[in-house]
Design a protein around this ligand. Structure first.
Ligand code: PRP
Ligand code: ADE
Length: 178
């Protein structure tokens, strides 16, 4: 399906002062209420990665899971779950981080990726980049290489995408809100 920029942006709702005063929250829920919109978004990523040599798709709890799992299905790739602390059974490694409106801790299971895995890391939104950098650290500790970070939304003013690119990791986002 052809990517319609205007239609796509109409599917992102801005909620002011949520979850804290001063935050302009970019809500992706309307994408999932709109089958045409969801298909358009998924198709954009399928088109970009269908001929890539990624071996795994990793995604971040919770909103990152939504598109990445469909993408893993379409691209026939294993999906690696990077979860908030305390959700994964067995041996895990963890990394704490700060994000635009708080702090948290991420985990992956030991052995979730193998040495040399070529990972596409997906999340819905990049703000400060704290979340994605923590996920990158966990994957790299297991020997994975991050081929690219993909998101639906970039908030460039918060510096996260620039920080990731400075680490020599390409970033692909469908839209940006200044
Ligand atoms: C949101 C969003 C990103 C992160 C981006 O996650 O889904 O993961 O913030 O912020 P950062 O670039 O400043 O780190 P949140 O922790 O709110 O989790 P959710 O997906 O469970 O709603
Ligand atoms: N995660 C971090 N900052 C966010 C924002 N402004 N909107 C939605 N999710 C976010």
């Amino acid at each position: 399906m052809l990517f319609d920029d205007f239609y796509f942006k109409s599917l992102i709702r801005t909620v002011e002062d949520w979850p804290k005063p001063g935050i302009s929250f970019r809500d992706i829920t309307p994408i999932f209420s709109d089958p045409k919109g969801l298909r358009m978004v998924v198709d954009a990523y399928v088109h970009r990665y269908i001929d890539s040599d990624i071996t795994h798709i990793a995604c971040i709890d919770a909103r990152g899971f939504l598109i990445a799992s469909v993408l893993a299905y379409e691209l026939h790739k294993p999906l690696v779950l990077v979860r908030k602390k305390g959700k994964l059974p067995g041996k895990t490694i963890s990394q704490s981080y700060d994000l635009e409106y708080g702090s948290a801790e991420l985990e992956i299971q030991e052995g979730a990726v193998h040495e040399g895995a070529q990972v596409l890391l997906f999340d819905d939104l990049i703000a400060t980049g704290g979340t994605l950098v923590a996920a990158m650290t966990l994957l790299q500790q297991q020997g994975a290489e991050i081929q690219e970070v993909a998101s639906i939304i970039d908030l460039p003013d918060l510096g996260g995408s620039a920080k990731i690119q400075e680490m020599d990791i390409p970033v692909f986002s469908l839209c940006a809100f200044e």
